[in-house]
Design a protein around this ligand. Sequence first.
Ligand code: GRF
Length: 226
Amino acid sequence: MIRLAILISGRGSNMLCLADAIEKYQINAVITLVISNKDCDGIALAAARGLATKVVKRSDFDNRLAHDADIASTIEECHADYVFLAGYTAVLGSVFVDQFAGKLINIHPSLLPAFKGLDTHQRAIDAGVKTHGVSIHLVNATLDEGPLILQASLAVAETDTAKILAGRVLQLEHQIYPFVLLSLAAQNVTLLPDEVIWHVKTLAAAPTDMQKILAPCVIWPECDLA
Ligand code: GRF
C-alpha cells in the first residue's frame, strides 16, 4: 500500500482527483496527509472529504529552511512513501528536495522543458506553439527540471485563450496524475533519485475511461525498459 502525502496551495482539483481515483479504481494507495502552506480552498475541500490536513504557514517561520524542515518532519511522521506536489506554489529548497529524492513528484502544466515556471498557457499561446500539455516529473533542485515521468499533449486550437487552454490541459492533468499513482502502485514504474524506469510502457493497467483519454496523447519518456 502506497502512502501518499500531497502538498497544495490552491484550489486542489488534482488532489481531489487523486483521492477520487484511489476510491473509484481501488488503487492500492492511501492519502495520509494533505499539507498546504496557506489557507486555501483545497485544504477545506480535503478536510470536507475526510482527509487528514495540515496548514503549515510560511509566516510562522523565520526562513524558508525552517518552513521546509517543518513540512519535511510532518511528512516523515506520517510515513509517506511519496510526496505529490499538486499546485504547491512555494519553491522547495535543496535540503528538502534531497531528503525526498526519488519520492517527490510534481505536475506542471506544460510540455517540459518548454515553459518552465508560471503562466504557461498564455506563454504557449504567445509563442504560437501547436502542441501543449502537461508533464509529471521527479523534482530535483532546479525548478521544473527533474527527470520526466510521463507527459500528455494536446493540439492548441486557434480559438484557445489561456483560460480555455488551461481547462483543456487540466482535463489531461486529472487523468495523468492518477495514472502515475496507479502505475507506482502496480510497480510498473520505479523512481530512483535521478532516474525514472518504466517496466511496461502501456496504458493497459489503466481503467478503460482513463485509457480512452490518455491513449491519443500520452508521451512516454525516453528511457529504456527494465
Ligand atoms: C495545476 O495546473 C498544476 O499543473 C499546477 O498547478 C495547478 C494546480 O491546480 N502545478 P489544482 O490546485 O490541482 O486545481
